[in-house]
Design a protein around this ligand. Sequence first.
Ligand code: GLA
Length: 784
Amino acid sequence: MVLTNGKVFIINTKDNSYVFHVDETGLLLHDYFGQHIEIDNYDIKAISQKNTILKGTTTIYKEDVNPNLSMDVTLLEFSFPHKGDYRSTPILLKNNANGYVFDFNYEGYEVNSEVKIESELPTPRDPDEELIIHLREKHSNVRVDIRFLVFFDSNVIARNITIVNEGSEELEVLKALSLQLDMFNNNYTVTHFTGGWASEMHENTTSIKPGRIVHESRTGFSSHKDNPLFVIRSGTSSLDNGEVMIFNLMYSGNHINEIELNTYGLLRVMSGISPFCFDYKLDKGQSLETPYAVFTYSNRGVNAARNNMHNFVNNHVVNPEFKEVVRPVVINNWEATNFKFNESRVMKIAKHAKPFGAELFVLDDGWFSTRNSDTEGLGDYDVNKKKLPHGLSGLAKKINKLGMKFGLWFEPEAVNPKSKLYKAHPEWAIKNSSVEPSLGRHELLLDLSKKEVQDYIIENVSSILSGANIEYVKWDVNRHISDIPNNEYVGEFFHKYILGLYRVMNILVKKFPKILFEGCASGGNRFDLGILYYFPQIWASDDTDAFERMRIQYNYSYGYPLSCISNHISSTPNQQTLREISINTRFNVAMFGVMGYELVFDELNKNEKLRTKQLIEVYKSHREMFQYGEFTALESNDHSIRWQITSKDKKHAVVGVYYILQEINPQETFLSVKGLKEGKYTISGLGLEHDIREFGSSINMITPFYVSPKGKLVAIASHFIKMPADKDEYKVHSSELSSNGIKLNPQWSASGINENVRVMGDMSSRLYLIDIIEEESTQESEQK
Ligand code: GLA
């Protein structure tokens, strides 16, 4: 909630406080961001930076007013260049009268509890309150509004700026970032997430030293090269302790995050639209609004900060039509067929998937025109009648008859030069008249900065969506932007493309409110809060290998809730890595989020089919928790990873334990579970039966006579004899669970073939289901 006396501004969320004030010079000085503090009578002396001496060779902002204030050594709420701050600043402006020098001073503020924002940009929904600070540059009459949106329960603040040209001459905006947050350094590290196609979200953590760290995307999209999400934490923080700040930008285009530590130990964190090829012209009366930067803080470690972000995205970003709505289990044909399918093949895939719990069939790329490879046909969404003689509506009807919903893939933003659309409208593709355009996956992007192109896409997609019973759309885009046009808007192009995309998405999701849209950009090349504002889930990566996915999904979870992360179980060997991973582990990884299939079910053997049926039941009976529960990381080291998901009522949890390589004499392990209600619980480990052939010659340890491990006898016996599933089943009190008390059965260590041994292997995993049997009354627990 916002408290102010017109000079000091305090923004309180449930657990945090954010404080700044107006200095006598007219500058905004930043005082505090951290755990909640009580401030009496707006007395901020203790938390404010003390500017009591003048540091050598500094430029003094207004010597007559405050002889000790140099912007370069001061924590500022909003800075600008050429007045003494030699760090990177959030804005860079230019006009004829001022050149590059603009001097912004505080003018006034507004606090509103009824927040109504009309914007072309995705704006976080239902803030509790807003604070707007008005700044003015007197000479040019340019106004800057800093807007703070407060999300009390999620402990999130969203901040953006709007530059309004109230002067008489044209203003050039060369840089306009949304977030500036200055603070003292506290041995902080910064983590950002880099990658490429099928290798999204690699975690990179570096300690912050004097100098500037820049993370940026220049591809036109938020990009898998550098997700806009980043984390700043103290070097001593951990999963459950210490200072952690998580930042993200609600934007799908080029972004920049700048982290600068100056020689005085002042840290500046900034985030916003990348200034790369950014040159926005504002005529008199025009304004530019920047996307929202969102951020949270916790002094209780990564898990608490992450959960703030999850609450925020689930409650204030995602389209309310899909808020808390459990997402269907889809079966997508892409990995199974690529472009090579026809109606009977896809019907077979759907039919085979049905008994394994699939609820929605998604027809992927290749259903239209001459699209039999990625080289042609993109843009022409006339159904290929050779493949689908009964059209989309005929196929949808057949799928519906199976008791499943029907979904469809599109790539509406792109066009193959070999297409009717391109021949009819070559001018709609993004091109620069002076050079030949470069292709990406044999395609060009359509110029969504043009209204006629936006309207065409809206109409074209709408007519297909209206022509069949389509209940899900996978909205793909498969290249980066290049060759930006050399027209008068060249410096505005990147941003205008994204505004055009948002307009198209906004109109379509409003027109088809019941359709579940899934974002995709060759996997996670546009996995961001801007997309999530319209499309409630995103295909996380074209890499479906469970081992890789563990890291990819885990790293998304720093800023994105599990309800947004779409994960499919695919066949082995995995198409991307050629790795063989058991169906058990493939499930155990994909279940933490929105699980679906790309499997060819008739390739599964009997045991795999049995396991699939067992696990889909577990998934479905815990689905709400897997998608909307509280996600907690328990441990992560070179040998194993553990996660927990907890139901909202804190009476149920599932823990996933993953081992990377089988070791001999691995460390004994225990199971501990966090944050459950007091009471009595059952723990049930989903052990696995094993085929006796998995044990090779060790089988002779238990046979009465010698058998050849690869011989006929063992092969026949394997049909009748199974090695028993390991059983870790207990009844315990919650206090035992939260301690380090539950000691699990030992792992196989070259010996022991019985139900009290966990036979794991490489890339193996177990799920432990934890359910309350008897809740303890508060009175009872108080008496203890
Ligand atoms: C992209 C997507 C895939 C698939 C193909 C189809 O790569 O990420 O899932 O839809 O396009 O061409």
